[in-house]
Ligand binder design. Sequence first.
Ligand code: ZN
Length: 243
Amino acid sequence: MVLRTFDFGESSTIAVALMRDHGKVRLLAKGARKKNSPYLGRLRTGNLVEVVFYYKEHRGLQLLREVSSESFDMPGRSDFERLCIFQAGLEVIDRATIERESDAGQFMALEAFIVGLPSCPDPWAAFFTLEVQLLKRLGFYPDLTGCSRCGRAAAGASLVVDTASGSVTCVSCCGRGDLKLTEETCEILGRMERAGSQAMTDITLDRAMRRRVGTLLHNLFLHHIDGYRLPYALRLLKEDEAQ
Ligand SMILES: [Zn+2]
């Protein structure tokens, strides 16, 4: 999966890709910007491709030899929101992935996201499911099943999350916390957590729920990933909505 590309030298391209078996890898496509290059048009952000490359363990850049495209239904250009969310998913994966740390589960979560996104009822739910899966795999996802102090279950209790430490308590115990989660929010997040790498679920979120879930996940990324910021594609979407 091509996460992003950038120009290199006079005519080459570097593609940052997430691979099923090798994790995140930087691939050097020599001469990719030349007119007759076989790589032309194949190394685009969001393309799912099959590659052959020369792997050298201690090299930061791997040399690409062949690329062949696999097709899937990308969100149509007419659906600006879905397209931005698609880009945002790739950005989040890119920022939260350490190079050459292979994790097949992470690739499967991304695959479920890109395959499910064009047809799922709520693209935000698809995006948040990807974020939950990613945080879980990184070990930064808090246990939202109940209070960590008194053990009270999330059902019937409002939970307070301290995003910096990841501690979760109920309102009665009320430890340090910056985010309150209602029972309904916990239920939605639980469904996203259980979705695993299965194809997208039918979860839909109203505006308020979208904000609550989005804020929690964004804060978890902010606290745990150095230099994390809101994906560029989501900032674009915000500007578009404000107009
Ligand atoms: Zn408690």
